[in-house]
Design a protein around this ligand. Structure first.
Ligand code: KG4
Ligand code: ZN
Length: 343
């Protein structure tokens, strides 16, 4: 089954053709980073307009790269939740309309389920159940993946997502947008023990975490130094911040491994590209005797191949959309996004 998938939930317009959920026939990602970098973050209306301009070109490219005519695909999929609503509406409506025009099924896909499916592309033998850590720009969760379309959230952030914290700290350090890769690079030269940063624990919720206190601590540290006319050790602060994020995520994931007796662990989402997190997860896997599945960097960030992969599994479960399919800015990973309201 060949699925043409569209992704437009944030600042990447992407299209891909994926076969049977495992084989990437083509994958095109048109990033808007340069545009949004001018503003220090994603400007939602600009993102929507850029998706409008790019979506047809990107889709044509994905079909051409796969050497397929649109009529030869078996279904069309698009991310329908969660994300920036204006941005989502562009790809979702385009995908739905294309499916309608071609007389093919339309498959709505949850973006975070898509991030997890990146692991199916990287590891063709991987099958649920497994435990997953999702760390992206908008989401940070520990999830039990029971089967391809059944999810249970075990813990998650009470405030900011991990990627959001990276982007905010990057602003404070003046390294620009998107912050994650830039902080990661800066941190390579730094001493992770240089600054002491907090790791708040949430009472009676050992698998939940918070990034807002950490973010505020970094902001205060930078402001206090500026007021005193002191120079900050930017590399050291970046490294200490990466270490603090790792200290927040990995012990909780390890706790969840123990509680669920997980044998397989997947980490997905943009922050899964972080070199400190990847190294710490490898250590955790060795310590706990679990098998770790880390998608390559190209599949950690937003792309449409991951959406095409998850779409296949949604299609196998009979989760096909109607012509009335809508898009939703928020929807928990377990939600049925074919409903008019996700909650
Ligand atoms: O999953 P993603 O591409 O988009 C969302 O669904 O949100 O994640 C984007 C986030 C951004 O916040 C970006 O700064 C972060 O992932 N990111 C990283 C790294 N590369 C991207 N964070 C830390 N280290 C990285 N190397
Ligand atoms: Zn994403």
């Amino acid at each position: 089954m060949k699925i043409l998938a569209i992704e437009s939930s944030c600042d990447e317009t992407a299209a891909a053709v994926v076969e049977d959920g495992r084989k990437i026939l083509s994958s095109v990602v048109d990033t808007q980073i340069e545009t949004h970098a001018l503003y220090g973050g994603v400007v939602p209306e600009i993102a929507s307009r850029r998706h409008m301009e790019a979506v047809v070109r990107v889709t044509e490219q994905a079909l051409a790269d796969a050497q397929l005519d649109a009529h030869e695909v078996d279904a069309v999929a698009a991310t329908c939740a969660p994300g920036l609503i204006g941005a989502l509406l562009v790809g979702a409506n385009f995908g739905k309309s294309l499916a309608f025009a071609l007389g093919k099924p339309f498959i709505p896909v949850h973006h975070i389920r898509g991030h997890l499916a990146a692991a199916y592309l990287a590891y063709p033998a991987l099958e649920p159940p497994f435990l997953a850590l999702i760390a992206s720009g908008g989401h940070s969760e520990i999830v039990q993946v029971r089967d391809y379309t059944t999810f249970e959230i075990l813990g998650g952030t009470r405030d900011d997502a991990a990627g959001e914290a990276f982007d905010k700290v990057a602003r404070v350090l003046g390294v620009g947008y998107p912050g994650g890769p830039k902080i990661d690079a800066l941190a390579q030269q730094g001493d992770p023990t240089r600054y002491t940063l907090p790791d708040p624990h949430i009472k009676d919720a050992p698998l939940d975490f918070s990034f807002s206190g950490l973010k505020t601590a970094v902001i205060n540290l930078a402001h206090n130094a500026a007021q005193k006319g002191e120079t900050i050790d930017r590399e050291g602060l970046a490294a200490s911040f990466c270490a603090a994020v790792v200290r927040t995520l990995v012990p909780r994931l390890e706790l969840a491994v123990g509680e669920t007796h997980a044998q397989r662990v997947v980490c997905a989402g943009g922050v899964a590209a972080n070199s400190f997190l990847r190294a710490a997860l490898q250590d955790m896997a060795e310590r706990t005797g679990t098998q770790l599945y880390l998608p390559p960097l190209a599949l950690c960030g937003d792309n449409a191949a991951m959406i095409g992969s998850q779409a296949y599994h949604e299609a196998c479960a009979g989760h096909v959309g109607t012509t009335q399919q809508n898009a939703f800015a928020t929807a928990p990973i377990g939600a049925d996004i074919r409903q008019k309201r996700s909650r």
